[in-house]
Design a binder for this molecule. Structure first.
Ligand code: FE
Length: 338
């Protein structure tokens, strides 16, 4: 009698425990696919006991999926790279505002909005072939439109978010009319029609097929840190230039995310965002992909980033980039920057 009651009590406790254990999950939709992120997520589960169910896909697919799932979407967090992409999710009304003292304290104001947070930054720099282009001639983004560089500029598509965000920054600094003039000038300097990703531009510049291009810093760092000697040799032929050091600074983009409006596990979601701003997570998140932590007090020891040196970063709020994204795409379209 006694023992069966005890058994019932134990069963009841067991049921309650497993029910609450079931609640401790976080459904993460991530467009980041870096192997180094594994440790980042495992560490969160270890610290909080919250299990992460992760779905990784391309950002547009994830956004489409979240929209299709609607109110029933299991997604708690959407993580992605690039301000323009975060802006897109925000514009679609997918994010819920997150109020967190910790996030407000740790993430600088220019790297967040009420709806999303940046957790790492990357710079978009000019790269030049050391033999065919003088670094002095390409100290600013504006210089890429100089007729001197006719037939020397290579680029990835104008529709790519990295270039959209760069244009969005230019719009903020010089206005739409001059930004469009710039785009037309760069298009007139193209060595070839836009194609490939940033790494393709680096390789083409190293090979001398192109004189100049722009690239995100982590692609350069990846080659600088590569195990393959041929990758490092490639970088010997490429000059890295921090653009606009005497004016508004080098354009910065971000990797970040936010909590979804329909998130079923809101508490876990906020915990996860706060975790990403912690010292440990910042190191994984940024350094794993050769980026800089968004939290200023977190130092990373990354030889490739250190080799690139210090620079003045554009302090434009990332939210401004997001706001100018549509105007930026229109300018590329009008300028014929396919
Ligand atoms: Fe990238």
């Amino acid at each position: 009698m006694k023992s069966s009651r005890l058994l019932l009590a134990l069963l009841a406790v067991g049921t309650v425990t497993s029910a609450s254990a079931q609640e401790k999950v976080l459904n993460l939709y991530s467009a980041r696919h870096y192997q180094t992120d594994e440790a980042l997520y495992a560490n969160f589960s270890k610290q909080t006991g919250i299990k992460i169910n992760r779905i990784e896909a391309k950002e547009d697919e994830l956004l489409e999926r979240i929209r299709n799932e609607g109110a029933n979407s299991p997604a708690d967090i959407f993580l992605t790279v690039d301000a323009a992409r975060l802006a897109k999710a925000d514009e679609l009304g997918l994010f819920a505002p997150v109020k967190s003292k910790l996030l407000e304290e740790r993430i600088p104001a220019n790297l967040r909005s009420p709806d999303w947070f940046a957790f790492s930054t990357r710079a978009r720099v000019i790269i030049a072939n050391k033999e065919t282009v003088k670094a002095d001639d390409v100290q600013n983004y504006e210089d890429l439109a100089n007729p001197k560089l006719k037939g020397k500029v290579c680029s990835r598509s104008g529709s790519h978010p990295y270039n959209i965000s760069l244009m969005a920054a230019l719009i903020a600094h010089v206005g739409e009319a001059r930004a469009e003039e710039w785009a037309r000038g760069v298009v007139a300097n193209f060595a070839r029609a836009p194609k490939g990703g940033d790494t393709d531009q680096i390789k083409s510049v190293a090979a001398g097929e192109c004189g100049v291009a722009v690239s995100n810093t982590y692609y350069l760092a990846r080659l600088l840190r590569s195990d393959k000697p041929e990758d490092r040799r490639l970088m010997e032929r490429v000059a890295i230039i921090w653009p606009n050091q005497k004016s508004y600074g080098t354009h910065i983009n971000i990797s970040g995310g936010g909590m979804l409006k329909t998130a079923p596990n809101k508490e876990s979601a906020v915990k996860f965002l706060e975790y990403l701003a912690s010292d440990d997570a910042q190191r994984y998140f940024a350094d794993g992909n050769n980026e800089w932590p968004a939290v200023a007090s977190v130092a990373v020891k990354n030889p490739a980033l250190e080799a690139m040196g210090k620079f003045k970063a554009d302090s434009l709020p990332v939210a401004t980039l997001a706001k100018n994204a549509v105007a930026a795409q229109r300018i590329y379209d009008r300028a014929g920057w396919k």
